[in-house]
Write a protein that binds this ligand. Sequence first.
Ligand code: ARG
Ligand code: ZN
Length: 471
Amino acid sequence: MSLRAKLTLGTATAASLLLLAGTALAAEPGAPGIGDPYYPGAGNGGYDVSHYDIRLNYQPADDRLSGTTTILARTTQDLSRFNLDFVLRAGSVRVNNKVAQFSQSGGELVVDPRGTLRRGTELTIVVTYADVPSSRAVDGFTAWKRTPDGALAIDEPDIAPWWFPANNHPTDKATFDVSVAVPTGVEVLSNGLFGGTTQQINGWTRWRYRSATPQATYLAFIAIGQFEVRQSTDAAGRPVINAYSEQLGANYGAAVASVERTPEVVEFLEQSFGPYPFEALGGVVTPGIGFALENQTRPTYDTGFFRRGSNTYVVAHELAHQWFGDAVSVERWRDIWLNEGFASYAEFLWSEYLGEGTAQENADYLYALYPADSPFWQVLPGDPGAANQFDAAVYDRGALAVHALRVEIGDEAFFALLKRWVAKYRNSHASIEDFIALAEEVSGQQLDELFQTWLFTPAKPAAAPGAQAAV
Ligand code: ARG
Ligand code: ZN
């Protein structure tokens, strides 16, 4: 090598070192989305949240919500500014006690800390706000719901931006303290452990809850209104809180007959999925949502589920989500089969427990229900698209896919797989690809074709799972 070449090389090396140093110095804005193809604005880049402290006041009479959310986070890059997902009008933002500048549009709160935040910095972000949540829409949609006697912050995939500023994506889980002050006589329900109530000097009552196990932002909820609240403990000593809306009327008995069986359902599911992953349990029955949702530790059920008498299937479904969806979160919303396919399959197992039909009979029934030319078979459970995230195919074909896997690998490998899956990814997130890999590892079988057929092919599979080959 010539001296000249050596010098050039030496110079180049020094230059690239300088360049590297330069890159490290140039702080950049955090991305406005975390990179979920279905929801480009969901979540944000540049930081990781560890805890939300949400302290609010709510007046049901005029839907006024006000208060403060304090976020503990750590930067994952040098940041010049960062986003939070939030639709309510913010009054002030402080970052590590310094007043920050901010702007809001389209569900994004852009925070300018007025100075670079170095990678690895611990942040304490304090956001104050006051607004009428039902008046705030993004793309014409408002997730916050008012009820005859209160309000509900309950929805999937997005609810957080209507009641607290968040890094709103299931891959950034955090612990929570939630407290809400309401006029005395109004009840407040939320996730996790109940911390009691206190009288405020203004005569209002503050209700406190704590989620000590990491929780996705869409699973954090509040239900405010007139509820009968029942407190007990299950056989394992965990606190059980169930709440029944005073709007239930004639459906009250059926709701109680279903939701009071929560500990029994949890015990049953533990046999298939392993230990219940959280420190508390229960359920909330309310009008005004039109669906049920697996809010962590305390699912919510629309009163309509109990119109025709007791319905423990919906309880089994939402409680199965505590393992599949809540403890193990989707990595991307495209992975929704990991939630709905397994929660729906739990209904097959529960049906067998009740003596109302075996899992195989449930699978045969659903397979026959949809004719080959039905649009049902065009939606791919493994990649349904944002518009079809909660399509019947994700649930019913999703459950058929789970049964097909069980039949293929046998009960021993199947139930070992379910327990391994939860143990491996609890308090975290995972993808369908992660599941396929673990299924192959546990069973020792090559399963590409099975998953291709049941999750990724826009056609009705040739035979029901477990069906004897037709002759
Ligand atoms: N994950 C819920 C369940 O099946 C469904 C939520 C549907 N969400 C909605 N906005 N409709 O248990
Ligand atoms: Zn579900």
